[in-house]
Ligand binder design. Structure first.
Ligand code: PRP
Length: 172
């Protein structure tokens, strides 16, 4: 296991992102929406860096089918608990890879008429999104390597690592 982004680097970046969000959403009705499961850790740590009043909600989604090649069709396993019409919604993700999950979420939330809809992600894999996406808040831009830790799993494990790691050896 190689450390790609240390716990300290993540913590510094989320502190900066939290400060920026607190300034940009000042006086607005912010709702942060975490996308389970991966985003639970980013959500918890980013939340503690936001100094304005904010509400939280979660969605759980999964790609259809067992294929490793993502189909782009996303199934909502858990929807939001509340209406978002007129709310300032910020989707919080751990990673954007092909971008298909996010693309689906953006479409599905846009029709609910939020006052604004933006995205914050800890990691963005650079240059491989299959759809053009406007992601306003990005922690780290990374390459195509398979990353684990800090919410990200390999076969369900390693989400609890406090850093982002790369498994050595070829996992694809
Ligand atoms: C991960 C991550 C994003 C998605 C990104 O979730 O949390 O939601 O993949 O991939 P994409 O840009 O190619 O769509 P995953 O489906 O692994 O579920 P998990 O968070 O429950 O592990």
């Amino acid at each position: 296991m190689k450390v790609l982004i240390s716990a300290e680097e993540i913590s510094r970046e989320l502190a900066a992102m939290g400060k920026l969000l607190s300034a940009e959403y000042q006086g607005k009705d912010l709702l942060m929406v975490g996308v389970l499961k991966g985003a639970f850790m980013v959500m918890a740590d980013l939340a503690r860096q936001v100094s304005i009043p904010v509400e939280f909600d979660f969605m759980a989604v999964s790609s259809y089918g067992a294929s490793t090649q993502t189909s782009g069709v996303v199934r909502i396993l858990k929807d939001l608990d509340q209406e978002i019409a007129g709310r300032h919604v910020l989707i919080v993700e751990d990673i954007i890879d092909s971008g298909l999950t996010l693309s689906y979420l953006l479409k599905s939330l846009t029709v609910r008429k939020p006052a604004s809809l933006e995205v914050a992600t800890l990691l963005l894999k650079e240059g491989i999104q299959r759809v053009p996406l406007a992601v306003k808040y990005v922690g780290f831009r990374i390459g195509p390597e398979f990353v684990i830790g800090y919410g990200l799993d390999y076969a369900g494990l390693y989400r609890n690592l406090p850093y982002i790691g790369v498994m050595e050896g070829d996992l694809g």
